[in-house]
Each structure stands twice: as C-alpha cells, then as structure tokens.
Ligand binder design. Structure first.
Ligand code: CP
Length: 308
C-alpha cells in the first residue's frame, strides 16, 4: 500500500449500508459451503487487551480457513509492551508493519478509532469498552436474516445491561437501517439504554419503548436478545441491584412464541437458566448458531477488506 492510500477501517456499525450488509451475507453464505484460499500470504494480528473466546478465535479461524496466517496476543495488557508503558499508538505503528490488518479489543471506548488514526493497515474494532462491537452486530443481523429470511417487520426485545453492553448499542445502529422494526428495551432501572442510541433510533424513525415486565413482553416478541450484566464495567452496588432481575428459565420459556428466537452475544451466565437439553434442542434457542455464524461473517468481512 502506498503511504498516501488510506486503509478502510471497521470501527462502528453505522458505517455499513443495507446494501453492504446483504453483500456480506451473500459472501458469508458462499464461504460457508465453499471456502477459498483468497487470503493466502496475508496476515492478521489479533491484539486483545480484554478476554475473548468467540471474537478472537473466530477471527483467527476465519483467517486460517481463507488460507491466511495469524499473529497475536490474547492478553495484550500483560503480554505486550503495554505492560512496559508503550502507548497504543506506538504498538499499532509497529504492528501495522507486521500484519495486513489488525483486530483489536480494548477496555477503553474510542481505542479502535485511536488506533486507526496511526495505522497504515485496516483496524477492526473487536469491542472498545462500552462503545461498540460492530462485527458482533454484523453476525447478529446475519443470524436474524438466516433465521427469519428477512430483517423487516420484527419486534425485538433487548434485555439486561443495556447501559454498558456494547453489542446492543452496535445492533441498534444496524437495526435503525431496516423498515418496521420495533425495539423494546427491558433493563434494570440502573442500567437503561443510553440517550445517544434512543436519539439515533428516533432520527431513523425506528419505534422503541422501555418496559420493565419481561414476562408481559415475551409473548409479543419475535426476537429476545438477552445480555449479561457486565460486572467488569459497573460498580459492585450497580451489579448487586441488577443481578438476577431478568432471567429466561423453563417457566417463562413457555411464554415465547414457537417461531420466536432467543439470541445472546455470549458468554451467558445466570440470565439463561435452562437445562442443556433445552439449550441444544429447542429450535428457539439460536445463540449457538449465532456464534457459529460469526465465523462466516468474519470470513466474508476479512475477504472483502483485504482483497479489495
Ligand atoms: N460475543 C463476544 O464478544 O464474545 P467473546 O467475548 O467471547 O469474544
């Protein structure tokens, strides 16, 4: 790449258009059944300053399945030169000479953007604090598309820690692009969805409302998007107030429509309290398929980003 060329970064979900999304879905469907060696001789670096199972390993698997290579550190906070006091910018300046793209997860909101300002290769935001997790939102809408064959005319209930959950924020930004979506926010009083997202939905004429009684909403919902209370991002007092308030268990599962779907970005803890047989056999439980879809959508994204 010539120094004057600006790489394309993936920083926030609102940068995608509906057209981009459908193109990615098609590519993901193709690569699912027919993977290519399109990234042979390319390298991604995975630079994770926070823990991850799905995001890091699915990016790494995606790269390997496309014939590419991976370098990285799963605990950059301790195992990179950050521990010696190196700035994020210096780490990125150096890494962008070793890899063709950098996937970064960082505890601070805005860190991926900060990285993109000095990087000469594409930066992919794999989660920045309470900010965004755009590739999670891509796999979420891809899952909705695969499960419902549409992303319109759906009632989507988002449940849990909506104040510090970056996945629900990124998902709202994408859902705001589709027609006749209604979003219902159900959260503990101290962890409500932030005003910036409500303003965005209002600007995009997406209907939304806040409710407190989950069981009343379950029979009307097409999608129940459960989230974990983000213990690591809130005070112990806030955590204690919110913990265990909203749970899907065998009792209220009966209130959910037969053709509805339960999604979750995972990992889940006590907010899903179902026997493993139900989790693996009830077709309404879609979160393991959702995690699998992450692999194919990330293959499609890497292919598009590094081959164009
Ligand atoms: N959904 C998600 O980001 O999972 P990981 O934290 O395991 O990457």
């Amino acid at each position: 790449m010539q120094p004057s060329e600006k790489p394309k970064h993936i920083l926030e979900s609102q940068q995608f258009t509906k057209e981009n999304l459908y193109t990615l879905f098609q590519k993901a469907n193709q690569l699912r059944t027919n993977p290519t060696n399109s990234l042979k001789n390319k390298i991604i670096a995975t630079l994770f300053y926070e823990p991850s199972t799905r995001t890091r390993l699915s990016f790494e698997s995606a790269m390997l399945k496309l014939g590419g290579n991976v370098i990285g550190t799963e605990n950059a906070k301790e195992f990179s030169s950050a521990i010696k006091g190196e700035s994020l910018e210096d780490s990125i300046r150096v890494l962008s000479k070793y890899a063709d793209a950098i996937v970064i997860r960082h505890p601070e909101t805005g860190a991926a953007k900060q990285a993109s300002e000095v990087s000469t290769v594409p930066i992919i935001n794999a989660g920045d604090g309470k900010g965004q997790h755009p590739t999670q939102a891509l796999l979420d809408v891809y899952t909705i598309y695969r499960e419902f064959n549409k992303i319109e005319n759906l009632k989507i209930t988002m449940v849990g820690d909506l104040a510090s959950g970056r996945t629900v924020r990124s998902l709202c930004y994408l859902l705001g692009k589709f027609d006749n979506i209604e979003i219902i926010f159900v959260s503990p009083e101290n962890l409500k969805m932030n005003q910036d997202i409500k303003d965005y939905l209002q600007r995009h004429n997406t209907q939304f409302r806040e409710e407190t009684n989950l069981n009343n909403i379950l029979p009307q919902s097409d999608i129940i998007y459960m989230t974990r209370i983000q213990k690591e991002r809130i005070s112990l007092e806030d955590y204690e107030k919110a913990k265990g308030k909203y749970i899907i268990d065998s009792n209220n599962l009966q209130l959910i429509k037969p053709n509805a779907r339960i999604l979750h970005p995972l990992p889940h803890v006590e907010e899903i309290d179902l026997p493993i047989q139900t989790e693996t056999q009830d077709p309404r439980i879609a979160y393991f398929r959702q995690a699998e879809n992450g692999l194919y959508i990330r293959m499609a994204l890497l292919d598009e980003l590094m081959n164009n």
